[in-house]
Design a protein around this ligand. Structure first.
Ligand SMILES: Nc1ncnc2c1ncn2[C@@H]1O[C@H](COP(=O)(O)OP(=O)(O)OP(=O)(O)O)[C@@H](O)[C@H]1O
Ligand SMILES: [Mg+2]
Length: 349
């Protein structure tokens, strides 16, 4: 068996707020294997960023974290900031949603890539600059040797995000954590940035955790996909299992809201009605039940555990948190949620 790079056990994160305690993460178990691309998807507020921030030790001060996060034989939870800074940037590279907040506007892009290199490597000035240019070229900055002294505002949004990718891969990290790396970009640029990300992981042999609310974005890259809802993993499996045999109605709903290249053009986009639950206080039952077209009485009283889905998809690794997962997995895609695309409001009389 391969030794996981990162092993998260019973992760639980609560925030104290003026309205009460927010249970942002409720018992996550997840491991990341060497050289794998793991997609984490889920609607806004499902706990994707909090999971990533917990790994990096970057949660806000009002967070109360329990469980364990192992990287090799080191426990990251509870590590002092100084020890963690030897892991951030060196073992784990990070890419956040908005490149403008990750890049400093007063320094040239080249300086910022060099700065990332010199935080962990002792190279001469010339070698550092050459390495910065090499990295910028690698992520697809045209004429990188001419552009290395430009400032972030002289770059387009997609190019800035490529600079952030160059910084994340500067020290050959074992893991690249990308939280919504393409959300702020338009679709064409999104594809180019994803390509740069693919180059980054091919070159550095890193594992990638790709966090997004968009299943379409993980489709081309991820080998395994985690679906989160209300602070829990509600489904996990190979990308094929998640895309072709989802076993949780919520995943069906997420899939219904993206255009698919493999449909015959007749399928309509469908939205999941309603919105995610408040994470303050605990309600009994499955948190998705109020929005679920298949809910039965048991769903309102008993929260389903994450369990292996019956042999239909052939792998032990496919798990879902649904009382009726073995039925759901056999259901045709796009049949579960009503097609609301023709609905329109009556004009006022
Ligand atoms: N510092 C904080 N204080 C209180 N609650 C917080 C804090 N940070 C996050 N939360 C709450 O934790 C929950 C999970 O948030 P998180 O940012 O992980 O969502 P997400 O899945 O990344 O959503 P998005 O797609 O919008 O980025 C939310 O209910 C959020 O309001
Ligand atoms: Mg987020």
């Amino acid at each position: 068996m391969v030794e996981p790079l990162l092993d998260i056990k019973d992760l639980d994160v609560r925030f104290s707020t003026s309205e009460g305690e927010t249970r942002a993460i409720r018992g996550i178990n997840l491991s990341l294997n060497p050289r794998e691309v793991l997609g984490i998807v889920g609607e806004s507020g499902s706990g994707k960023s909090v999971t990533a921030l917990a790994v990096m030790g970057l949660l806000a001060k009002n967070a109360n974290v329990t469980g364990s996060i192992h990287m090799g034989d080191r426990e990251l939870l509870g590590m002092k900031d100084r020890q963690l800074s030897s892991i951030r940037g060196l073992k784990i590279g990070m890419i956040f949603q908005d490149p403008l907040t990750s890049l400093n506007p007063v320094y040239s892009v080249g300086w910022q890539v060099e700065e990332a290199i010199s935080a962990h490597q002792d190279l001469s000035k010339e070698k550092r600059r050459a390495e910065a240019i090499r990295l910028l070229e690698l992520v697809g900055i045209p004429r990188a040797d001419d552009r290395v002294d430009d400032y972030p505002h002289e770059f387009s949004g997609g190019m800035r995000q490529r600079v952030v990718i160059a910084i994340a891969m500067a020290n050959n990290p074992q893991i690249i954590l990308a939280d919504e790396p393409t959300t702020a970009l338009d679709v064409t640029v999104q594809a180019q940035v994803l390509e740069a990300l693919q180059v980054a992981i091919d070159q550095s042999h890193a594992s990638l955790v790709l966090i997004t609310h968009d299943l379409g974005v993980v489709a081309g890259l991820a080998s395994r996909v985690v679906v989160m809802y209300a602070g829990r993993i509600v489904e996990i499996g190979t990308a094929d299992a998640i895309f072709y045999s989802p076993a949780m109605p919520y995943t069906h709903g997420l899939l219904g809201s993206i255009p698919r290249v493999d449909d015959d053009g007749g399928a309509r986009l469908r939205q999941i009605p309603g919105s995610p639950p408040s994470m303050i206080g605990t309600q009994p039952g499955c948190p998705f039940a109020p929005r679920c077209p298949l809910r039965k009485d048991i769903c309102l009283t008993e929260e389903p555990a994450l369990r292996s889905v019956s042999s239909t998809t052939g792998t032990e690794a496919h798990q879902a948190a649904c009382h009726f997962a073995s039925d759901v997995v056999t259901m045709p895609l796009a049949s579960m949620f009503p097609d609301t695309s023709d609905d329109h409001e009556e004009p006022p009389q």
